[in-house]
Design a protein around this ligand. Sequence first.
Ligand code: PGA
Length: 248
Amino acid sequence: MRKPIIVGNWKMNKTMKETKEFIEAVDPAAASENATFGIGAPFTALSTAVAAANNLIIAAENCHFEDSGAFTGEVSVPMLQEVAVTHCIIGHSERRTMFGDTDETVNKKAKRLIEAGITPILCIGETEAQYDAGESEKVIRDQLTGSLADMCAKCVADIVIAYEPIWAIGTGKSASVEIAENCCRIVRDQVKVMYGEEAAEKVRVQYGGSVKPNNIAEYMAQPDIDGALIGGASLKADSFIEIIEKTK
Ligand code: PGA
């Protein structure tokens, strides 16, 4: 049985003060044996979030694959280890489109995180033009081929993959349950092609893109959707608590 994992992705939102208030309000609701709940926070808020959380897992939203060096503005995996985050989002579409992340750099980041014992939440997903052209499956398989290259099957089994169609992110235009399930099933199948049945059965696949309190339950009812990566609806304590309660 795969344990569901719901993670909020705050993006460039929340100061340390706001982070403390949010975590204190939400953390008690996140106590659960049956599912994992967490928050992806900006670098500056990570220490505050880790200190305030007892039940929520805390994720960084990016990392660099080198440990140190002349990379102005970047944060390395050893730095994240020191802050004691357990998870790190990598390859989010906003990072791929605005900050130059590629399958190759995402692959390097994933490997470095695994080496450090931090679980990558690896994001993939097609653009609206690719969706309209019927290329979703090809894009998903190609992105995974690059992002998951040369890893061990056991490592891949332990990561989280977030399927996020770009046309559904922040648009309110969530993918239908059928599309989300079908694409998450393709993700799992591609893991099977690359790393075998056992890794495919164990890897957790999230859907992301305009997930809200009113649609979380139908996504979670799908056999290949093991969780969600949630942007907008994770910013308000009330709505994130509602999502948690509907998942428990
Ligand atoms: P959204 O964002 O829930 O606001 O659509 C999802 C994401 O970017 O991870």
